[in-house]
Design a protein around this ligand. Structure first.
Ligand code: BG6
Length: 490
């Protein structure tokens, strides 16, 4: 018997720039995601200053959802989806970021939302998912400028007025935590700022203001509207029980997790982490009235993006200097670029007690139960899993993809969610990453996550055929039994 409530939402998640393609079609403006190259084994994806000749930008066509959305929605329906998380592309709606709205772009989203609703699939949009319009970067360096707050709010207000009759649950910003961690990869940050880590916390503060203002507007303008954010969340474990390592765990939890959720649900920054940033010259500038804006726009629910837990220790004396995280680009286990260090606070490291995927992302279903219970205990808010998945090199054999490793991953994570629900946590839906193979933001098309395989790779867009994987048929049964199918082995 499944313990998932009858109205538990089942679906999948994606983001505009990772699947739509049509980067210049129907009057769309350029976004920062459009100037991100493919990279290759060992060669990082690069954000270029504009679209440069001779470079490969794999999101320009992506998987052509822009033209194939009906076919893809039919696949969602066949799988049994009751919800679908997607993002609006800011520069498709406002090519210049502000000002004139683009009617063709709007027509695309009108059709998409209506098609979902007509198929009984609840649209759960994200307003901002890593794709600031390039026009605003050129104009004032994007999120670095405080002007971005007003322009973001104007864009958000436009969306909620237009779709508030059909869309009630809104995710405003995707993964501020990851935007801070990889601030030069998930943003276009002009080179002159690269040496100043304070900038990433300033960007984050501007996002907090914009998000809070939009949240307030959702409450005022959308009947029954609920505001949320999707956070990239990794529970942090201490390496062992030595007091210093346990302290490092607390420090990391505060700066990597509570730093965002305390803003969303308590309307303030956690004091310890904030003081630490002040001591190290990294705290954001907060203007008079800012915290009031944040308090007035607190969120109603949390979207949880969970892939992997993290492990920390107190920094070794010889490693005690500011170090930024660098991803594993080769997809060779153990080739992780660099682990983050915050001096005298924490040092990230590989967890010696957990396995990883090929890109060194820890595989830890217990972490799912851990974080859900921890977050619920601290904030008592409803949650939806808005991303969860396993990146792997899937192989197409005789028209099939046997991704039993992914089925195993999701089965265990769903069992962990179920147990958290049994223990009283309010989880209302599961929208794994991802519905279909989309472009990975760090590893191009070599790393796949979808329930549905797409026939393309980094260099060759091939025929873009959609081929449901074994996990798709497994998920169809999970949905049809409202979760019971994945609890059988529990
Ligand atoms: C999340 C993002 O960080 O993880 C998605 O919200 C992203 O946009 C997903 O695709 C998987 O990460 P990656 O780097 O493999 O694409």
């Amino acid at each position: 018997m499944s313990g998932f409530k009858a109205d538990f939402l089942w679906g999948g998640a994606v983001a505009a720039h990772q699947l739509e393609g049509g980067w210049q079609e129907g009057g769309k403006g350029v976004s920062v995601a459009d100037v991100m190259t493919a990279g290759a084994h060992g060669v990082p994806r690069e954000i270029t200053n504009g679209v440069l000749p001779g470079k490969n930008y794999p999101n320009h066509d992506a998987i052509d959802f822009y033209h194939r959305y009906k076919e893809d929605i039919a696949l969602m329906k066949e799988c049994g989806f009751t919800a679908y998380r997607f993002s609006f592309s800011w520069s498709r709606i406002f090519p210049d970021g502000v000002g004139e709205v683009n009617p063709k772009g709007l027509e695309f989203y009108d059709n998409l939302v209506n098609e979902l609703v007509a198929n009984g699939i609840k649209p759960i949009p994200t307003i901002y998912h890593y794709d600031m319009p390039m026009a605003l970067v050129d104009k004032y360096d994007g999120w670095i400028s405080r002007q971005s707050v007003d322009d973001f709010v104007a864009y958000g207000e436009f969306l909620i007025r237009r779709y508030g009759d059909r869309i009630k649950d809104w995710l405003i910003i995707n993964e501020q935590s990851i935007i801070v961690e990889f601030w030069k990869k998930k943003n276009y940050v002009p080179e002159k700022y690269h040496g100043d880590p304070q900038v990433k916390f300033q960007i984050n503060h501007h996002m907090n203001l914009g998000q809070a203002k939009i949240s307030k507007l959702i409450h005022e303008l959308v009947e029954g509207g609920r505001s949320g954010a999707a956070i990239g969340y990794s529970p942090v474990y201490g390496l062992d029980s030595t007091p210093k390592n346990m302290l490092a765990m607390l420090n990391a939890e505060d700066l990597k997790n509570h730093f965002f959720l305390d803003i969303y649900f308590k309307g303030k920054y956690p004091v310890g982490a904030f003081r630490y940033l002040e001591e190290h010259g990294m705290a954001p500038v907060i203007e008079e009235g800012d915290m009031e804006i944040i308090r007035e726009g607190m969120l109603d629910f949390l979207g949880v993006n969970y892939y992997a837990s993290k492990c920390v220790r107190f920094p070794d004396a010889d490693k005690n200097e500011l170090t930024e995280a660098r991803s594993n680009l080769s997809g060779k286990k153990g080739a992780m670029g660099a682990y983050e260090v915050m001096p005298d606070f924490y040092q990230y490291m590989k967890n010696p007690n957990a396995d990883t995927n090929d890109w060194d992302w820890t595989i830890d279903p217990t972490g799912m139960q851990y974080l859900l219970r921890d977050i619920y205990q601290r904030y008592e808010i409803p949650m939806i899993i808005t991303e969860n998945g396993l990146g792997a090199r899937d192989v197409l054999e005789d028209g099939k993809v046997h991704d039993d490793y992914r089925i195993d991953y999701w089965t265990k994570h769903l069992q962990a969610i179920h147990r958290a629900i049994e223990l009283g946590v309010d989880v209302r839906g599961f929208l794994p990453w991802s519905f279909v193979d989309v472009l990975s933001t760090s590893n191009g098309y070599q790393k796949r996550y979808g329930l549905v395989y797409v026939n393309r790779d980094d260099e060759d867009i091939k025929d873009l055929a959609r081929i449901p994987k074994d996990s798709y048929y497994w998920y169809q049964k999970v949905i049809a039994t409202n979760g019971a199918h994945c609890l059988e082995e529990e």
